[in-house]
Design a protein around this ligand. Structure first.
Ligand code: XIL
Length: 325
C-alpha cells in the first residue's frame, strides 16, 4: 500500500500488523482484517523468550508456528520479535547466576528459535529496548538481567548468533522514544546511532534500526531529527523500520472524532519524517483493531473511555489514517 506520504516520496512501503494468537479462534473477523490490510503479519508475543521457552527444557512453538504458517500460506511475509528483551526474560533464566550458564542459555535459545523459523521471517528484532529509559541519568544501556550477567557484549553476541543461524534474516535493533521533539529524544537518537556505529566498528552486522512508533498525544514528532537520523543510518548501510505503530492518547476528552484527528496528525507526521530521506523498509502496526491493544492495561484513560490507538475501530472500520499506510 502507498498513501500520500509514500506517494510524496515516490515510493510505496510494506505495511504489517502484529497479531495475537489468543484471538484467532474467538474472533472470526480478526484474521481477515490482517489479511485484507497487511503485506506482513507477525506474532506480537509468541516468539518472545518467556512464551516460547517457558522452562529450561520446555518449548512452546505452536502459537508462533500457527501465525507464521498462516501468514506465509496467505502470501504474506512475517518477521520475528524478539530474542533479547527485559520484558520477556523468564524467571527461570533470571535465576541463573553464572555468566557462563547465562551465555549458554542465550545462545542456545537464539539458535533454536532462529533455526526453527529460518528462511520464514524477513528479519528479527534481535534486541529490543536495550537503551536506557533516560540515558542522561542511567548511562546508555538499560539495566537488565542480560546486561548485569554478560555486560554490553550480550548485544553483539545475540546479533552474531542470529546471523550465523539464519544468515538471510535482517538483524534489527529495536527501541522506543526515538521520534519526538525534546532533549531526551535527541539523546536517545544519539545513543542509538553510537550503539550501531560501535557494533559495526566491531565487525558486527546490523541491518536495521526499528523505531517502535508508540506515538503519544501531546508529543510532537521531530521531523528534521528523524530525517537526519534516517540519513545517518542510511550512510552506514542500515535501514529504518517502523515496528510497533500505535497512538496512545491519555489527554483528549472531546470524543472519538477528536482522538482520531489527533492520531491522524501524529501518524501523518511520523510518516512524513521517516519518508523524508527515503522510504523505510516497512511500517508495522502494533495490532490492527482498537478491540485488542496493550495500552489500557498499562495506561488506562482517566475517564474510562476506550483507547483508539490502531488503524481499525473496534468494529473493524478503517479510520482515515489507514489511508496513509
Ligand atoms: C507488548 C504486547 O503488546 C503485550 O500483548 C504483551 O503482554 C507485552 O508486550 N514495546 C514492545 C512490545 O517492544 O514488545 C510490547 O508488546 C509493547 C511495548
Amino acid at each position: 500500500p502507498a498513501g500520500p506520504a509514500a506517494a510524496q516520496a515516490g515510493k510505496s512501503v510494506a505495511f504489517g500488523g502484529a497479531i495475537q494468537s489468543e484471538y484467532l479462534d474467538s474472533d472470526p473477523d480478526y484474521i481477515g482484517a490482517f489479511l485484507a490490510h497487511c503485506d506482513l503479519v507477525m506474532p506480537m508475543n509468541e516468539l518472545k523468550f518467556d512464551l516460547i521457552h517457558p522452562a529450561r527444557d520446555e518449548w512452546n512453538f505452536a502459537p508462533a508456528d500457527r501465525i507464521v504458517d498462516l501468514a506465509l500460506s496467505n502470501g504474506k511475509t512475517s518477521r520475528g520479535t524478539c530474542h533479547v528483551w527485559w520484558g520477556a526474560t523468564p524467571s527461570w533464566v533470571e535465576r541463573i547466576d553464572t555468566a557462563r550458564d547465562a551465555e549458554r542459555v542465550l545462545v542456545d535459545h537464539i539458535e533454536r528459535v532462529s533455526d526453527r523459523y529460518k528462511g520464514k521471517l524477513t528479519g528479527w528484532d534481535v534486541v529490543n529496548e536495550v537503551l536506557a529509559f533516560d540515558p542522561r541519568e542511567d548511562g546508555p544501556l538499560r539495566d537488565t538481567y542480560w546486561l548485569r550477567m554478560l555486560g554490553p557484549r550480550h548485544i553483539p553476541l545475540a546479533l552474531r548468533t542470529v546471523a550465523r543461524t539464519d544468515p538471510g534474516a535482517r538483524l534489527v535493533v529495536n527501541d522506543y522514544d526515538l521520534e519526538f521533539v525534546g532533549d531526551l529524544y535527541d539523546v536517545r537518537r544519539g545513543v542509538m546511532l553510537d550503539l550501531v556505529r560501535q557494533l559495526q566498528d566491531g565487525g558486527v552486522r546490523v541491518d536495521g534500526v526499528g523505531i517502535q512508533g508508540h506515538l503519544y498525544a501531546g508529543r510532537t514528532i521531530d521531523k528534521d531529527a528523524v530525517e537526519a537520523f534516517h540519513r545517518e543510518l542510511d550512510r552506514m548501510g542500515i535501514e529504518l523500520l517502523v515496528t510497533e505503530l500505535d497512538v496512545i492518547d491519555l489527554e483528549t476528552f472531546d470524543g472519538p472524532d477528536e482522538m482520531d484527528r489527533i492520531a491522524y496528525g501524529l501518524v501523518d507526521d511520523l510518516l512524513d519524517a521517516v519518508f523524508a530521506w527515503k522510504a523505510p523498509a516497512m511500517v508495522v502496526a502494533w495490532g490492527i483493531t482498537d478491540r485488542y491493544t496493550w495500552i489500557p492495561d498499562l495506561m488506562p484513560r482517566s475517564d474510562g473511555t476506550p483507547h483508539r490507538p490502531l488503524p481499525l475501530t473496534r468494529d473493524y472500520e478503517a479510520k482515515d489514517w489507514m489511508a496513509l499506510l
